[in-house]
Ligand binder design. Structure first.
Ligand code: MRU
Length: 373
């Protein structure tokens, strides 16, 4: 997607030395645009854990390249144990995003048949690039399917602007390109459908205020930033036509884990008869668990993210300040689970599907064989 009119992905191998993987460090966006170089498994673990990169799709793509860097570094004769240890460390960095374990497992299964170092390096680089390309292409397809939903509402409204509410950042910064929730919005905007986005600021890390607002600005999509508590009021007053969010893990029964606060938006949408869509590539499905509320692990992060806020001072310096009284105890759950009954439909790369076990398995028949249907 565009940054000052240049095209960027969120992760890419250096053009001259592909043992270096480049990322956009998201911690200082939108005020500083910094490209960081990752070389070792430690670099990758830190980048994922401390959210230099974040968002389920991008976490998965980053883990894919991390396993390639593990192949570059694996000591002769100890490669298997080196990979296993790297995989465990990577998976432990952020427990909720399914794409992380999915990418690591995909790499492990492809690397293990390779007998020598060169073969492992070649294969793991190929797989990492495939994961990244597939992520971008799936998001583009999500955009095409979601566009039809937006176009239908636009027709009903006689071409008046469609107001879409989104939570967190499920944009291109959360993937390799396009984004999931934002892909249909970008597609609609580029086809000339009038869209306007209400961006939840998304406390505590402010992914909406910092990242989604920036992305939409760079793409020229009209938007308005709102405090997290505002969505319900807007919905009650007919100011929201649809909600589209992303997800970090969705069960094959349709329960959706996404950034903390998503559940409250789904409740308000249900109460006000507003369609609530969740956009995801198939790499975000968890095909093993049925009950999202009980079984999806919810990441708990440092309370400092609640207590401190970082931003630009009037004299353009980046500063971090404490908001509550010193030593205030805070709790920081990263995600919540929206039960399938509150979800109007899922937008996937294969099409739009009800958040329902049978419908999801019908859309992904290759997964059905492992289930007792
Ligand atoms: O904690 P983050 O910023 O990684 O959480 C991101 C989200 O919750 C996104 O909405 C989610 O990853 C879905 S889009 C990939």
């Amino acid at each position: 997607m565009k940054v000052k009119n240049s095209h960027y992905r969120t992760i890419w191998p250096d053009a001259e030395d592909n043992t270096i993987i480049k990322i956009i460090d998201q911690r200082l966006l939108p005020h500083r645009f910094i490209i960081e170089e990752l070389r070792t498994v430690d670099d990758f673990c830190l980048a994922i854990r401390d959210m230099h990169v974040r968002g389920a799709g991008l976490i998965g793509a980053t883990a894919g390249y991390a396993m390639y860097c593990a192949a570059l570094a694996a000591p002769q004769g100890e490669a298997d144990s080196y990979f296993k240890e790297a995989a465990q460390r990577l998976v432990a960095t952020r427990p909720t995003a399914k794409n992380l374990a999915w990418a690591v497992e995909r790499q492990l299964s492809q690397i293990s048949p390779e007998k020598d170092r060169e073969g492992r390096i070649k294969k793991s680089f190929q797989v990492a690039c495939e994961i990244a390309d597939e992520d971008a292409s799936f998001c583009q397809q999500i955009g095409e399917h979601g566009l039809k939903l937006i176009a239908a509402i636009s027709k009903k409204k006689g071409g008046k602007p469609i107001n879409i509410l989104t939570h967190c950042n499920a944009g291109w910064l959360a993937f390799v390109d396009y984004g999931s929730a934002t892909a249909p919005i970008y597609a609609a905007h580029h086809t000339g459908i009038k869209v306007h986005v209400y961006v939840d600021e998304t406390r505590p890390w402010l992914q909406g205020a910092r990242l989604t607002a920036w992305e939409l600005k760079e793409e020229g999509v009209p938007h308005t930033l709102i405090a997290d508590n505002t969505g319900g009021h807007l919905m009650q007053h007919g100011m929201v036509d649809m909600v589209i969010v992303g997800t970090d893990r969705t069960t094959y029964t349709g329960d959706v884990a996404n950034k903390i606060g998503t559940y409250l938006k789904a409740l308000a949408a249900k109460d006000n008869n507003i369609p609530f869509y969740v956009a995801l590539p198939s790499s975000t499905f968890d095909w093993e668990i049925e009950d999202g509320l009980r079984q999806i692990p919810i990441e708990e992060r440092s309370g400092d993210e609640v207590n401190y806020v970082t931003g630009l001072t009037r004299d353009k310096k980046i500063e971090t300040v404490l908001v509550p009284p010193e030593h205030t105890r805070s709790v920081n759950f990263g995600f919540d689970v929206t039960p399938a009954r509150l979800v109007t439909a899922l937008i996937t790369e294969r099409g739009v599907v009800a958040a329902d076990r049978d419908e999801i398995l019908r859309m992904f028949p290759e997964k059905k064989e492992s289930k007792n249907s």
